[in-house]
Design a protein around this ligand. Structure first.
Ligand code: ADP
Length: 612
C-alpha cells in the first residue's frame, strides 16, 4: 500500500506538471491577459507539486521549502488576479490581499528558518495560516465564478463550474489533510487523496481548454434553444424591426452578454437590447480604436445584407470574452441566420406593400368606375328603349354593342369590388340552403350569350336534389366564371360539360372543356390575384386574372375549394367542391359560428388576407 501511495503521489505530481505544460502551451497559442493569470496560477501549482516530490521529506531543504511555500501562495494569488480581470477587486480588497500575501510569505520564511523545529502545534498553526491564505485567494473567486455561471451559456457555465469545482476540491483536500493529522497520513488515506487529486487535474484542464467533444455535449441542451431562436427569427417575426429586436436578444443570451445591438450597413441602429443607441455607438467607436483595451468589450460579427454589411454586436458580460471564444464562433453562424431572417422580412414587407397598393388600387378604381358605368348603362338602356328618340338600324347596333361592353365593364367592376372586399374583410356571405342543380342551371343560363355555334354546353344534372348551404349568388358567379373560361379558352370550340354530382358528403360541379389546356408549370398561377397564363394562344384573350382567385377564395369561405386537372392542347376540368348541406351543418355545429341572419340564412364575414 505504501508503494501504491508513493506511486500515486508521483502520478499526481506528474499530472500537475503535465497540466502546467499543457496550459502553458495553450496560453502560448491563445494569449490574453486573463488567460495569462489562470495559466500562471496553474503553472505555479504544477511547479509546487513537482518540487514536493523532488525534495527529501526527511531532510527538507530550506530554500526548496521556501520556494514551494511562495509558489503555492502565488498560485492562489494568481487565481485572485484572474478574478480581478473580470470583476475588478476594490482597492481595499486588493490591499488586503497584498498584505495577506506578504504576511504569509513572512510566516513561510519564519517556518523554514527560525521555527523549523518548533512545537508540532505551532507548525500546524503556520501551515493553517498559509493554506488559509491560499484558500481565501482561491475560495472567493471560485464562489463568485460559481454564482456568476448560473446565467451564462452552457459552455461558459460548465467551464467556470469545472474550475470552481477543481479548486474547491483542492482546498478541501489541503484542509482535511492538515487538520486530519496522522490519521490521514496512512497509506490508504494517501491513496484515496491522491486518486481524488488525479480526478481534479483533468477537471481543471477542461475548464481552461475544453475539448470539442465536451463542448458539444455541454451545448446539447442549448441546441433546442438555438433552433427555437432561429425558427422564431425565420418564421414568426412579423416585421424587420421586431425580428431585429428578437435577434439581438437571442444573441445576448447565446453569448452570455449584457446587451446587444444590430446595425444596418450604413451604421444605423435597427435594434438595441439592454443598451441605448448612443452608448452602443460609443462602444463600437472605442472598439474600433482599441479592439483589446476597452473595458466594456464588444463582440461584433458581420451581418451580410443585400445592401452591404451590417453588424451584430454583443456587449460582453464580465465573463463572455475569456470563456466565450466558442460562443463567438456560434454567434457568427447565428448571424447568417439573422441575415437570412432580415432579408426575408425585407422581401415580405416589400411584397406586403405591393399587395396593399394593389388592394388600394382595386378599391379606388372599382369605386371610381362604378358611378360613371352605371350612368352609361342607364343612358344606353334608354337609347335602346327608344326613350331618347328613334334610332336607325346602325344606331340600334351601336347601342346593343355599347350595352354589351358596358355589361362587361360592370362585371369587371364587380370582380374588382369583390376582390377588394375580400382583402379588407368587408365581404359577407349569405348562406342559404339551396339546390346546387338550380345554381348550376342559372349559371349556365347566364353564360348563354357567350356561346356561339362552335361551342356546345351540356348540363349534366343528377335526378336527386343536391343540397348545399351556400351563398347562391356567389356560387353562381363561381360556376359562371368556370363556364365562361371554358368557352373563352377553347377558341376552336368543342363540347363543354357541366357535371353536378354529390358523393360522400361533398357536392361537386365539374366544368370540362376541350380547349387550350394549361402547362403543368403554369398551374400555380391560376388562383393568384391577377394570375394569368399568357401564351401566344391566349395573349389576345381579354381577362383580369381575378375570376379564379375570387372563385377559390369564395369556395374556401364556404368550406369548399376549386381544383384543376389540365392537359395542354387537350383541355381542362375545373371542379368546384362544396360540403353537402348535411356535412356543412355538422361542421357548422362544431364550429363557433357567430353571426346569424334571418331564419335559414347564415352570414359569414371575411377578415383574412388571401395568399394563394
Ligand atoms: P381571366 O380569365 O380573367 O384571365 P381567371 O382568374 O378566370 O382570369 O383565369 C386565370 C387564368 O387561368 C386565365 O388567364 C387563363 O390563363 C387560365 N385559365 C382559366 N380557365 C382556363 C381554361 N378553362 N382553359 C385554359 N386556361 C384557363
Amino acid at each position: 500500500m505504501t508503494q501504491a501511495a508513493a506511486l500515486l503521489q508521483n502520478l499526481a505530481a506528474a499530472g500537475f506538471v503535465a497540466l502546467g505544460v499543457a496550459i502553458a502551451y495553450r496560453w502560448y497559442r491563445e494569449r490574453g491577459r486573463a488567460q495569462a493569470m489562470l495559466a500562471l496560477a496553474l503553472i505555479t501549482l504544477a511547479v509546487v507539486a513537482a518540487l514536493g516530490r523532488v525534495g527529501d521529506p526527511q531532510h527538507p531543504l530550506a530554500v526548496l521549502s521556501l520556494v514551494e511555500i511562495v509558489g503555492f501562495l502565488l498560485s492562489g494569488y494568481f487565481v485572485l488576479l484572474f478574478r480581478n480581470e473580470f470583476i475588478p477587486l476594490g482597492s481595499f480588497a486588493f490591499q488586503a490581499a497584498n498584505l495577506l500575501l506578504a504576511i504569509s510569505i513572512v510566516v513561510g520564511i519564519l517556518d523554514v528558518t527560525a521555527l523549523a523545529h518548533a512545537d508540532p502545534r505551532v507548525a500546524t498553526v503556520i501551515v493553517l495560516e498559509i493554506i488559509g491564505a491560499w484558500a481565501i485567494f482561491t475560495g472567493e473567486p471560485i464562489a463568485r465564478f460559481w454564482l456568476a455561471s448560473r446565467n451564462l451559456p452552457a459552455v461558459q457555465r460548465a467551464r467556470m463550474r469545472f474550475l470552481s469545482f477543481g479548486f474547491a476540491v483542492l482546498i478541501a483536500i489541503l484542509f482535511i489533510s492538515v487538520l486530519g493529522g496522522s490519521a490521514l497520513r496512512s497509506p490508504t488515506a494517501i491513496v484515496v487523496t491522491e486518486l481524488v487529486v488525479l480526478m481534479v487535474i483533468p477537471a481543471i484542464y477542461v475548464s481552461f481548454a475544453p475539448p470539442a467533444l465536451l463542448r458539444r455535449i455541454w451545448r446539447m441542451g442549448e441546441e433546442d434553444e438555438l433552433r427555437a431562436a432561429i425558427q422564431d427569427l425565420l418564421i414568426f417575426s412579423p416585421t424587420r424591426e421586431v425580428l431585429a429586436e428578437r435577434a439581438a436578444t437571442w444573441a445576448m443570451r447565446l453569448l452570455g452578454g449584457n446587451a446587444a445591438f444590430i446595425t444596418d450597413p450604413d451604421g444605423k441602429f435597427i435594434a438595441n437590447a439592454g443598451i441605448d443607441p448612443a452608448r452602443a455607438a460609443h462602444l463600437m467607436a472605442e472598439q474600433r480604436k482599441n479592439p483589446l483595451g476597452a473595458p466594456d468589450r464588444v463582440v461584433a460579427v458581420p451581418l451580410p445584407l443585400t445592401d452591404g454589411q451590417g453588424s451584430l454586436g454583443v456587449v460582453a458580460g464580465p465573463f463572455s470574452p475569456v470563456f466565450g471564444t466558442e460562443e463567438i464562433t456560434q454567434l457568427r453562424a447565428y448571424a447568417s441566420s439573422v441575415s437570412a431572417g432580415l432579408e426575408r422580412a425585407r422581401v415580405t414587407e416589400r411584397m406586403a406593400a405591393i399587395e396593399s397598393n394593389k388592394t388600394q388600387f382595386l378599391n379606388l378604381a372599382s369605386h371610381e368606375l362604378r358611378g360613371p358605368v352605371t350612368v352609361i348603362r342607364g343612358y344606353v338602356s334608354m337609347l335602346e328603349g327608344g326613350l331618347l328618340g328613334h334610332l336607325n338600324d346602325r344606331g340600334r347596333k351601336a347601342a346593343a354593342m355599347m350595352s354589351a361592353k358596358a355589361s362587361e365593364m360592370n362585371e369587371l367592376i364587380d370582380e374588382m369590388v369583390e376582390a377588394a372586399r375580400l382583402e379588407d374583410g368587408g365581404l359577407t356571405l349569405k348562406l342559404v340552403e339551396s339546390d346546387l342543380r338550380d345554381i348550376a342551371r342559372s349559371a349556365t343560363f347566364s353564360v348563354a350569350p357567350l356561346v356561339d355555334s362552335r361551342h356546345q354546353v351540356d348540363l349534366d344534372l343528377p335526378e336527386r336534389r343536391v343540397r348545399v348551404k351556400v351563398d347562391p349568388d356567389r356560387t353562381k358567379t363561381i360556376i359562371a366564371n368556370l363556364l365562361s373560361n371554358a368557352i373563352k379558352y377553347s377558341p376552336n370550340g368543342g363540347p363543354i360539360t357541366c357535371h353536378v354530382r354529390a358523393r360522400a358528403g361533398i357536392a361537386r360541379v365539374a366544368v370540362s372543356d376541350h380547349g387550350l389546356g394549361i402547362a403543368p408549370q403554369n398551374l400555380h398561377m391560376l388562383f393568384t390575384r391577377f394570375g394569368r397564363v399568357i401564351t401566344p394562344e391566349t395573349e389576345h384573350l381579354k381577362g383580369t386574372g381575378l375570376g379564379l382567385f375570387l372563385g377559390r377564395q369564395l369556395a374556401r369561405l364556404q368550406g369548399g375549394d376549386i381544383t384543376v386537372i389540365s392537359v395542354p392542347g387537350k383541355g381542362s376540368t375545373f371542379t368546384l367542391h362544396l360540403p353537402s348541406a348535411s356535412a356543412a351543418e355538422a361542421s357548422a355545429n362544431g364550429a363557433t359560428s357567430s353571426a346569424h341572419g334571418a331564419a335559414g340564412e347564415e352570414r359569414v364575414h371575411t377578415n383574412r388576407r388571401s395568399t394563394d
